[in-house]
Each structure stands twice: as structure tokens, then as C-alpha cells.
Ligand binder design. Structure first.
Ligand code: ATP
Length: 258
């Protein structure tokens, strides 16, 4: 039997993407593929444009007035800025989890059901099934199944972050963007999130911004190193950490700056 592992395809791809906040260029001519069902870590010193790049992938930067861009971002080969693309649908397909968990001041159940209700789902049994599936997927079900009607604000920080992941997953996105999802958490909660990311990549394509080198090395298949708004290099995580092509990458991953 011949083993012919197919090269993973690009789920998303930035081509020569430049993004400006007013006159300030935040990222410059970045070309980067986010491969299907892999975890891509975005690393680099503060202010290098990691979050800007991440937010570009589901057009969150559109919400900041004065932003302009050139170049293209493709999702399954279609430019996400094409006139025919509905931004609400794009953000359903490309979900996001933020640094600081941001549950709504509603019950645990309603937090997860929120996107489904907005999408028009009314059937109670269907909602309950989807909420349970998402909470199980986010490895939170066992901890909250007996208190679904309690406020989400009563959960611990780590639980709140997993709830936000469940909320993002409920609408069945294809890509999950995570902006430092564990930076506010203790080591145990962080380990849970990392374990979860590992499980989620069987289903989702994931891009994660992290300041934590060990975390990037643990959770990602590929790592992209940004520096002063440019993509310096991207490759298999092991190669970036042990045998980078560029001196700047080596200096950063070995802790010489940043
Ligand atoms: N809303 C904004 N308006 C103006 N400039 C911004 C805005 N957001 C970011 N910038 C600037 O764009 C550049 C890139 O910022 P970005 O937040 O993408 O970097 P980052 O690598 O994610 O940084 P950090 O690791 O500190 O979060 C920085 O110079 C920043 O000051």
C-alpha cells in the first residue's frame, strides 16, 4: 500500500496583505497560508502586528474606523472582501476567541445558545442539543451540566474562557481565531485550553496568537514569526524553534529580544 499523505490545503490565505490604521501601517505585504485542520501559531514581539493579522481573517478590523487594506485574504479560495461576501456569514464561518474571556451577563445556557438564536434557531430541543454538543466540545459539560441556568459570570476564569470557546463553536465555524486565549489563566486552566486546542484541530482550522513560546511549541503545527509588521518566516513549528532560516527568528525564539 503506498503512503501518499496529501499536502494539507490552505483553508485561508493572505496574499500581500497590507493593513493601515489611518496613516500607520500595521502589517506590510504579508503572505501566509493557514492550513486546513492545523494549528498555526502567530508569534513576535509586542506591536509586530499579530493581532491585526488575526483580526483581518474575519474582518474584525472593519469595526475600527480608518482602517484600509490592500492585498487579498482568501477563504476556501474566495476573497473575503468580495462584494458578494456577507460579513455576518464570514464571522460565523471564521469564529473568534479573545484574550480576556467575555461571557455575556446571561446564563451559561444562553451564552452558548446566543449565536444560534441570532441565526434563527427556535426549537428548544434543537437548541439544547447544540448547546450540550458545544459544551462537551469545549470540555466544559461535566462541570456545568447541573447549573446551566446560572449566570456565566459565576464561573472561574478558565471556565469562562472555555465557555467562550463553546459559544464560538456553537455556530459550527470552520476556522477558530484565538488571540492569546490563555494569557489571563493559571497553569492548570492553561493546560486545559491547550489540551482542548489539540482536540479541536481534528475539526477546525485554528490560528492562535501567543506570547508564550513554550505554548506555541506545544500547541501548533506551524509557526509564523512576525516582526515590525512583516512576516519574517513561517514553517513547521519544530523547524522554526530548532532550525529557523532567519537570524531574527532565531534571536527571538531563543529569547535574545522581545
Ligand atoms: N486600533 C488601532 N488604532 C491604531 N493603531 C493600532 C490599533 N491597533 C493596533 N495598532 C497599532 O498597530 C501595530 C500592530 O498592533 P497589533 O496589536 O496588531 O500588534 P501585536 O503584535 O498583536 O501586539 P501585542 O502582542 O502587544 O498585542 C502597533 O503599532 C499598534 O500600535
Amino acid at each position: 500500500m503506498s503512503l501518499n499523505p496529501q499536502k494539507p490545503r490552505a483553508k485561508m490565505e493572505a496574499r500581500e496583505l497590507t493593513l493601515r490604521y489611518g496613516p500607520k501601517t500595521a502589517i506590510h505585504k504579508v503572505s501566509l497560508a493557514i492550513l486546513d485542520r492545523q494549528v498555526t501559531a502567530l508569534i513576535g514581539p509586542s506591536g509586530c502586528g499579530k493581532s491585526t493579522f488575526l483580526r483581518s481573517l474575519n474582518r474584525m478590523n472593519d469595526l475600527i474606523s480608518g482602517t484600509t487594506h490592500s492585498g487579498a485574504i482568501l477563504l476556501d479560495g474566495t476573497d473575503i472582501h468580495d462584494r458578494g461576501v456577507d460579513v455576518v456569514d464570514l464571522r460565523r464561518r471564521v469564529g473568534m476567541v479573545f484574550q480576556k474571556s467575555n461571557p455575556f451577563p446571561k446564563s451559561i445556557f444562553e451564552n452558548v445558545a446566543y449565536g444560534l438564536r441570532v441565526g434563527g434557531m427556535k426549537d428548544k430541543a434543537e437548541l439544547a442539543t447544540r448547546v450540550e454538543k458545544s459544551l462537551r466540545g469545549a470540555a466544559l459539560w461535566d462541570e456545568v451540566k447541573d447549573r446551566l441556568d446560572e449566570s456565566a459570570l459565576g464561573l472561574s476564569g478558565g471556565q469562562q474562557q472555555r465557555l467562550c470557546i463553546a459559544r464560538a463553536m456553537a455556530v459550527e465555524p470552520e476556522v477558530l481565531l484565538m488571540d492569546e486565549p490563555a494569557s489571563a489563566l493559571d497553569p492548570i486552566a492553561t493546560a486545559k485550553i491547550e489540551e482542548l486546542i489539540h482536540e479541536l484541530k481534528a475539526t477546525y482550522t485554528i490560528a492562535i496568537v501567543t506570547h508564550n513560546m513554550q505554548q506555541a511549541a506545544r500547541v501548533s503545527d506551524r509557526t509564523a514569526f512576525f516582526y515590525m509588521g512583516e512576516l519574517v518566516e513561517c514553517g513547521p513549528t519544530e523547524q522554526i524553534f530548532t532550525n529557523p532560516r532567519e537570524k531574527r527568528t532565531e534571536d527571538y525564539v531563543t529569547g535574545k529580544f522581545g
